[in-house]
Design a protein around this ligand. Structure first.
Ligand code: ZN
Length: 305
């Protein structure tokens, strides 16, 4: 379902990796370092494939290598090991069907939450690119639908009276994304209201996605907490990582988690309008902190060298 210029590179990278298989990693790394279950559980693992595919894999590898000109072998190798991260500027137009009225909090140092999110997103994207990550930006309308990759992160701040916190995709049987009245008003519900606007099709949040998302959320909390200080201009508090299915349903069953197929899916509220305004001006500080958490996650899960 990926559209756009990077499709071919990603497909080739995926084929090459699958063809090599867990026992023949180019870096000779241990099997346990091989990423598993990072694509929403929709693709068969090597273990699911019949043993007879071995020789076919070898042929496929040879084909992939033959189609790679010698001068670009280095680049091909780089692409194969570069993870993809989707960064969403929360509430940035165009909106997602079913949530079009959720235009974000007002206030903050730049006048609105959206104005903050569209400043933080490119700053974070630059940090990630500098570390070798392939970064794609998405507005509130998750684009493209069903995107594959390592990470999806949605950037936000909380309304006046709120605080900072991190949510992550939770796999709960029988529970999917939130529904609201019309295009996004009222209380979040696990089932549609009679007058809920139509949603786009949902991707799956599997248990593997939940576990990866939780790890990423914890890594983010570890790098964000040290900068969320009164010395840096905070006056609210950092709640840390939301407690699973018991957490804030708006953060744990956020629609964005159900529009991508990335291995990990998280949301961060960087602070609260008003009380944290001085901190929220420090976009580069936040970008560094959040970027460090994502990079730590990617390295520890063997997705970034
Ligand atoms: Zn928001």
């Amino acid at each position: 379902m990926i559209a756009g210029g990077t499709t071919l590179a990603l497909v080739i990278a995926g084929i090459a990796f699958a063809a090599l298989g867990p026992a023949s990693r180019p870096d000779g790394g241990p099997k346990s370092a091989t990423p598993t279950g990072q694509h929403g559980g929709t693709q068969p693992s090597a273990q699911d494939m019949p043993a007879a595919v071995g020789p076919a894999h070898a042929r496929l590898t040879a084909r992939v290598q033959r189609t790679t000109a010698p001068s670009t072998i280095g680049r091909s190798t780089t692409l194969k090991t570069r993870p993809v991260v989707y960064v969403q500027a929360g509430h940035q137009s165009p909106g997602e069907p079913g949530y079009l009225w959720q235009t974000g909090a007002s206030g903050g140092p730049f006048g609105s939450e959206e104005a903050f999110n569209v400043r933080l997103a490119p700053a974070l994207e630059a940090k990630l690119r500098a570390a070798g990550v392939i970064v794609h930006h998405t507005p509130a309308l998750v684009t493209p639908w069903g995107a594959d990759g390592a990470v999806f992160i949605s950037l936000h701040f909380d309304a006046v009276g709120g605080s900072a916190g991190i949510g992550y995709a939770v796999a709960q049987p029988g529970r999917g994304e939130n529904y609201y009245q019309g295009n996004g008003s009222g209380t979040a519900s696990s089932v549609p209201y009679p007058h809920s606007a139509a949603h786009r099709h949902a991707t799956k949040v599997t248990y593997a996605v939940q576990q990866h998302s939780l790890k990423l959320a914890n890594d983010l909390a570890a790098t964000f907490r040290p900068v969320f200080t009164p010395a840096n201009g905070t006056r609210s508090h950092f709640r840390g990582v939301e407690p699973g299915a018991k957490g804030n349903v708006r953060m744990q069953f956020f629609y964005g988690y159900y529009r991508v197929n990335t291995g990990a899916r998280v949301l961060i509220e960087c602070g609260a309008a008003g009380t944290d305004n001085r901190f929220l001006t420090k976009v580069n500080l936040m970008a560094s902190s959040i970027g460090s958490g994502i990079i730590k996650y990617l390295r520890q899960t063997g997705q970034l060298g």
